[in-house]
Write a protein that binds this ligand. Structure first.
Ligand SMILES: [Fe+2]
Length: 302
């Protein structure tokens, strides 16, 4: 690896303190650094890994709590949208329909779901959960616009196998980035981290199969060469609540909302104040507190 490549791929795991040599302007910002008196022009939440239906977990209770957390955010501070970044259920296709009907129907804001590796679909023709599109009304690779903001949601899973971690479809991602190259801000949501465990210090549970790693690295190269991409969000690793940096792009994790393992349950909030300034912070919902706050990338061509 040459020096430039090495430098490009330097990472920084930031949990409040800079721990790696990097020239990136990443720091833990104080709330007052970002116009606390002004109202965000966009405010959204990212939650992941509810694992509805997992045995020996109080999954109905946890699904209800997720809805309560997010509706309270809407009530207290306003929320334009919720993104549920994969592993909504735990290997149960009917669970997707139960979640939609009994829980997510109570959300008081638009919400969008990204497919995770445990989000099985039932490919039996005619099943109410025969495809992602049948359950949610859009395919597992899907882009939405909220105002001027573009959200690209990419599938990194097999239809009904939980142990397969895939590279996102780089061709599809590129087509979305080209279609929205004039947008000030693009946000990308992919359940599974595309970087392999231990490469440049990244954590466990990334894409790891030999045939997928080069494709996943190509995805990251694409993400990191898209000038108006403001942030990437991953789920899947229930222990991660912070941010990793690669190629000057920031990849944020959000703990987990359910399941049997991980850090304190919670979710992530993103607030965009103007075209140049945006922050994100993790909420530890078990202790009702903010755990870290970071700035997002400034767009290259605001
Ligand atoms: Fe997962």
């Amino acid at each position: 690896m040459d020096l430039a490549t090495s430098s490009r791929r330097n990472f920084l795991k930031a949990s409040g303190a800079a721990v790696a040599a990097t020239s990136l302007p990443l720091r833990w910002v104080r709330a007052e650094d970002v116009s606390p008196s002004s109202k965000p022009k966009l405010r959204f939440a990212v939650v992941s890994d509810l694992h509805y239906g997992q045995a020996n977990t109080p999954f109905d209770k946890m699904a209800g709590e997720l809805v309560e957390w997010i509706n309270k955010e809407k009530q207290d501070k306003g929320l334009d949208a919720l993104f549920v970044n994969g592993d909504l259920v735990n290997d149960t296709a009917p669970g997707l329909v139960i979640l939609r009907e009994q829980f997510f129907s109570k959300l008081k804001m638009p919400y969008y779901c990204i497919k995770g590796n445990h989000d099985y679909v039932d490919q039996t023709p005619g099943s109410p959960s025969e495809s992602w599109e049948k359950v949610w009304g859009y395919p597992s690779n899907h882009t939405v616009k909220i105002g001027d903001f573009v959200f690209v949601m990419a599938d990194s899973s097999a239809p009904a196998k939980s142990n397969i971690y895939l590279a996102a479809d780089a061709g599809w991602l590129q087509s979305q980035f080209e279609a929205h190259r004039e947008a000030v801000s693009i946000f990308v949501l992919i359940h599974i981290q595309q970087r392999k465990h231990k490469v440049d210090g990244w954590p466990q549970h990334g894409v790891s199969a030999d045939e997928e790693v080069p494709k996943a690295e190509a995805v990251m190269k694409l993400l990191e060469s898209t000038p108006n991409l403001r942030a990437v969000f991953h789920g899947h690793n229930h222990n991660e609540t912070g941010v990793y940096v690669s190629g000057e792009r920031r990849y944020f994790f959000d703990s987990h909302a359910g399941g049997s393992w991980g850090a304190k349950r919670g979710y992530r909030i993103v607030e965009v104040y103007d075209d140049h300034k945006a922050v994100t912070y993790q909420i530890n919902a078990e202790d009702n507190g903010e755990t870290s706050r970071h700035e997002l990338n400034t767009p290259a061509n605001p």
